[in-house]
Structure formats: structure tokens, C-alpha cells
Design a protein around this ligand. Sequence first.
Ligand code: MG
Length: 160
Amino acid sequence: MDDIRIGHGYDVHALGEGLPLIIGGVAIDHEKGFVAHSDGDVLAHALSDALLGALALGDIGLHFPDTSADWKGADSMELLGKVYAMVTSRGWTLGNADMTVLMQRPKLRPHIDRMRGNIARVLAVPVDRISIKATTEERLGFTGAEQGAAAHAVVLLMRG
Ligand code: MG
């Protein structure tokens, strides 16, 4: 098993009134946004963790600690680019990524293709390797109560 690797990532951020809502590098107009040290982009964070996980390189908290002033207000798509550079420098490339965002509101469907485009651009891969789905959790739990949003990501890496 030296040619392919699988990775998984999961992230959550709390939502607060009047803060920017940035998901997959897309600024979405909404009355709530992420309470976070960085920009709180849950999708970029879950994907970054999946990429690191595939190569057993730890997680983004290890590489970009939220106690560090360097990453305060950080653009998470830039962090994603740095993570992917770690992947490619080790001789791996993304086969595909499949992600799900869990959020009650707003509807994310109108923004999904821009998110896919942003991520494909940062990773320099064709957009058809990047899948993003969105779902609600039927008003259950913290996403249902609009207290936060979550994202899952699974990636396949290929050698070469
Ligand atoms: Mg995070």
C-alpha cells in the first residue's frame, strides 16, 4: 500500500452575530459568522486535516497553533495551500476530495461551485476532483440550533 492514501478531517466552529461567514474561501452574506482565531473556514480546515491525516502528519492545530499571533485572522485557504505544499513536497497529489458541510442556514447550494473552484485553484487540480455537499441536521443539535457549523472531508492521495 505505497501508492494511495486515504485521509479524513472534521472541523467545527461556533457562529456569532455580525461576524464574517467564509466557507471554502467564499464570503457568504448572512447575519452570523464564525467565532474563530483564524477566519474559521470549517471546510478549509476539515480538508487541511484530511490532507495531513492521509500522510500521518498530525493536524492543523499542530502546524498552525491557534495560540500563535501569526495565524490570527488567517486566510484558511492560504493555510490549505501551505498544507498541500507539504503533501506535494513529499511526492503525493490529490486523487479526489469529498466534503460535506453541516449547517442549518443559509442555504449553501448557490455557493458550492465557487467553493469548489476556489479549492481546485489552491490545490491546482481539476474541479471535477473536488466534491462539496451541504446538508442540514434537521434542526437537531448545535448545527440545527444555528450555534455552529461543521464540515467533514475525505481525501484520496496518489503517489506521483
Ligand atoms: Mg477550525
